[in-house]
Design a protein. Structure first.
Length: 589
């Protein structure tokens, strides 16, 4: 509530206690000691016990505005003000700490002790926080040390979020506060979400605090939070090798812990799932026989492959200590190669296939080899990665690849695939017929707008001027072929029967060939037309334009097939996946 509203509330009646005098409220805000003392002399010291609608006394108000003199003067007249809390459960001491006034808070602590009100020092607000919680959270280290020395019981108190003062001190990195709290034997080490102080120290990477905790309270290293994570699992997930080293040097058995909430996943699997090579190396140095698979049978190689961590896979393959896992199966009988193929990750597939111990013909529990996972990778069908993995597997096991491609392609001929082809063909017909009409219109118009124009002389009136030139004759032939090809495509799209699957595949193949033919002859017609007109004056320019025009279809083909051509250059001659791909594209098999 704003101070103006509290001022209004201070003058109104209160059902829970006496409302604060408006003049006293103003004096508390301004810190006017004289005004406060005048009111006390006139009305008596009980006037100081009045509160606002938020339950704040004049001591709360002066603590907010850091009027040290006013606060001390008020306490001379009325010590019980120290024990009154507001609607948030905050005593003047807590208000002073939260407002950042450490000096005033220190004075209030002394006043509480002199008035035998030590229970006010350990008082909790509605969130369960004590003055010590707030002092540490707001960075008042000197005040925190004073509170601990004054009232050690504060070290045992946790708030509503299960946060102890020591946990907050570790989170803030306050070593001196942490060390003083550690000297109290039964001080609480609890933290939010089931964490303890070692979880917090690992999260912050504070090696000094970690060493102290491991020496004084070693059992904390095995405690799990609500996520089922131990402190060392935090370190592995964050790739904190220094922390891992300290913890394993203190207790080597920590490297063998598993996470029961994550299918008994060991630390190495955690490292692999995040691609943390350094963490894995540190674990293997101290625990060379550490567990390497979880309850689902997924090894560190499986996990790295599934998550797509290429560098971790390469690290694994270069580590002789881990070579025994290269062909290990999970609970479904699948090797790391199965998962790599399923994810269509060519870099990982290539790395695995390059390993001398890899076995590409291991079957899973359903009797399927690694290549079969490529067939199941529906989300990646016909992508460049899919094609590259296909070619890599073809090179690794050409006989099996050829067999499975043809077998699966035939099995895919079901009603769903037919409907997909029909849907794609409808779109194809619309697009193709539109392009064909444009080509037909262009070539038809070109036939009546001949290059060079028509003769105006009486003997040859109305005849083409360039009729005797070979280039002109080539223009007429190519223009006619382009127009006829494009018209044929248009009428095939309109009149042909497209209902049956075999018809769809046949007509699509035919129209594609005719469109390519129309495309090529159209560019030839353009080139010969330009050559006919320009060559008599600028032969070099005519040759240049003609060459560029004729090369366009070839450049189109090269650009369209460049990814596949690049793969072939890189991988060498392997069986092409075009047979399988064309089936799904609705082309002729």
């Amino acid at each position: 509530m704003s101070m103006s509203k509290q001022h209004a509330a201070a003058t109104s009646s209160s059902t829970e206690g006496a409302s604060m005098n408006a003049q006293l409220f103003d004096a508390a805000i301004s810190g006017s000691i004289a005004e406060m003392q005048h009111l006390v002399l006139r009305e008596g010291p009980d006037i100081l016990l009045g509160t606002t609608s938020e339950g704040n006394t004049c001591l709360h108000i002066s603590s907010i505005f850091y009027h040290l003199g006013f606060s001390m003067a008020v306490l001379v007249h009325n010590k019980p003000l120290l024990s009154i809390d507001n609607s948030n459960g905050e005593t003047p001491l807590i208000v002073a700490v939260k407002s950042g006034h450490a000096v005033l808070a220190g004075k209030l602590i002394d006043e509480c002790m002199m008035a035998n009100l030590s229970e006010m020092i350990i008082h909790r607000d509605l969130n369960g926080d004590t003055a010590l919680h707030h002092a540490i959270r707001h960075g008042h280290k000197v005040l925190a040390l004073q509170l601990i020395n004054t009232e050690p019981n504060l070290s045992r108190m946790v708030n509503n979020y299960n946060e102890s003062p020591m946990y907050i001190a570790v989170m803030r990195g306050f070593n001196d506060v942490f060390e003083l709290l550690m000297e109290i034997n039964d001080s609480s080490h609890n933290g939010a979400y089931g964490d303890n102080i070692l979880h917090a120290a690992v999260r912050n990477g504070n090696l000094g605090i970690i060493e102290t905790i491991l020496q004084s309270r070693p059992a904390l290293a095995r405690e799990i939070n609500k996520s089922g994570h131990t402190p060392i699992q935090y370190a592995v997930c964050r790739n904190q090798t220094s922390v891992i080293k300290i913890m394993l040097q203190h207790d080597r058995s920590l490297g063998y812990l598993v996470d029961s909430s994550q299918e008994d996943s060991p630390l190495l699997v955690y490292a692999a799932s995040r691609g943390n090579i350094d963490a894995a190396q540190e674990i293997l140095v101290h625990c060379p026989d550490a567990r390497y698979c979880n309850g689902a049978g997924l090894t560190i190689l499986h996990q790295a492959v599934i998550e797509g961590h290429v560098k971790f896979v390469q690290f694994f393959l270069l580590n002789r200590q881990l070579n025994k896992l290269i062909n290990m199966r999970d609970n479904n009988g699948r090797t790391a190669l199965h998962h790599a193929v399923r994810n269509c990750n060519p870099k990982i597939v290539r790395a695995l296939l390059d390993h001398p111990d890899i076995d590409v013909r291991i079957y899973d529990n359903e009797g399927r080899p690694a290549f079969w996972q490529l067939i199941e990778a529906k989300d990646s069908e016909k992508s460049l990665n899919w094609i590259e993995v296909f070619m890599l597997m073809s090179k690794a096991d050409p006989q099996a690849t050829s067999f499975y491609v043809r077998q699966i392609a035939m099995d895919k001929k079901n009603e769903k695939s037919k409907n997909q082809i029909k849907s794609l063909t409808t779109t194809y017909r619309k697009t193709t017929s539109l392009v064909a009409i444009l080509i037909a219109v262009l070539t038809f118009a070109s036939a009546f707008s001949l290059p060079g124009g028509y003769s105006i002389y009486r003997e040859t009136e109305g005849l083409p001027v360039m009729a005797r030139k070979p280039a002109f004759k080539a223009f007429l032939i190519s223009d006619t072929l382009a127009m006829c090809s494009s018209l044929a495509v248009v009428f095939v799209c309109i009149l042909a029967r497209w209902e049956g699957l075999e018809f769809l595949l046949y007509y699509r193949s035919v129209t594609q060939r005719l469109m390519w033919y129309a495309y090529i002859t159209t560019t030839v017609a353009f080139a010969t037309g330009i050559y006919t007109v320009v060559a008599p004056q600028y032969l070099w320019l005519a040759i240049l334009i003609g060459s560029l025009s004729v090369s366009v279809p070839f450049l189109t083909y090269l650009i369209g097939n460049w990814p596949m051509l690049k793969l072939r250059c890189r991988l060498g001659p392997v069986e092409s996946p075009i047979f399988f791909i064309r089936f799904f594209e609705g082309q002729s098999l």
